[in-house]
Design a protein around this ligand. Structure first.
Ligand SMILES: Nc1ncnc2c1ncn2[C@@H]1O[C@H](COP(=O)(O)OP(=O)(O)OP(=O)(O)O)[C@@H](O)[C@H]1O
Length: 233
């Protein structure tokens, strides 16, 4: 099987407390999965490990079939991974919205003209073109989330790690996000408590338990219920 993420026998602790043991998880190329579980069970921690933001204590991790051991290994994968942080304030790289969204593109060597055009298109696609000149720190929580998401999507990463992407988004924006993520032909791992949202986007849902990660029985997609108003499990 062609895998974007391959985790074997991962065990993790925080402050001496074991979060989980022997986690095994494969995410195929272009597969979309969600990870659920109670507050504090270690969902964000797992995303951080996959992104190389936390070191691996026990077990192995491969990204695109490359074993990840060192910081250098993760550096070579950085352009392939997009990470949407749970707290958008941790995401921003420039004070003005359009500069922030274009930042990584410019850093990767894209010309100013192309970055400007792509940024305008991305803001348009997310329905936030009117925020282009605003200061990111003056935005509402939902607006911040959309700007942060624009900065991730614009890089077209092969693997997207999205931590609570619907936090702060209204119903219309949640539906737009379902549509946008549905159109993306890349591997996506979503951490969320928002059941209706994830059921409408992903093919598989995994639950973190102290014994490991369990794949929940299949669900049909898409089935976003329009009357749930962002219902949460
Ligand atoms: N920087 C940190 N230092 C020490 N412990 C931490 C740190 N960040 C998180 N933790 C602890 O690690 C555990 C797992 O946290 P994590 O954020 O991964 O959980 P989560 O499943 O994503 O939670 P939530 O659903 O509330 O977002 C929690 O008990 C948390 O208190």
């Amino acid at each position: 099987m062609s895998c974007s993420v391959n985790i074997k026998n991962l065990s993790t602790s925080r402050d001496g407390v074991r979060l989980y043991e022997n986690v095994t998880l494969d995410v195929s190329h272009k597969e979309k999965i969600a990870i659920i579980g109670p507050n504090g069970c270690g969902k964000t921690t797992l995303l951080e490990i996959i992104a190389g933001l936390r070191s691996l204590e026990e077990g192995t991790l491969e990204l695109f079939h490359q074993p990840m051991h060192s910081l250098e290994d993760f550096k070579s994968m950085r352009h392939l991974i997009g990470y949407l942080f749970q707290d958008s304030d941790n995401q921003f790289l420039a004070p003005v919205v359009e500069d922030d969204v274009a930042f990584s593109l410019l850093a990767s060597g894209v010309s100013k003209e192309e970055a400007k055009l792509k940024t305008a298109m991305m803001l348009q696609d997310l329905g936030i073109a009117h925020l282009a000149k605003k200061i990111v720190y003056h935005l509402s929580g939902g607006e911040k989330k959309l700007v942060a998401l624009a900065g991730v999507l614009i890089m077209e990463p092969k693997l997207m790690l999205l931590d609570e992407p619907t936090n702060g988004l209204d119903q219309a924006m949640q539906l737009r996000l379902v549509d946008i993520l549905g159109r993306i032909d890349k591997s996506i791992i979503i951490v969320s408590h928002h059941k209706a949202f994830i059921e409408s986007v992903v093919e598989k849902i995994y639950e973190i338990t102290p014994q490991g990660v369990i794949c929940l029985p299949n669900h049909a997609t898409p089935k976003y219920p329009k009357d749930t108003q962002g219902s949460r499990d």
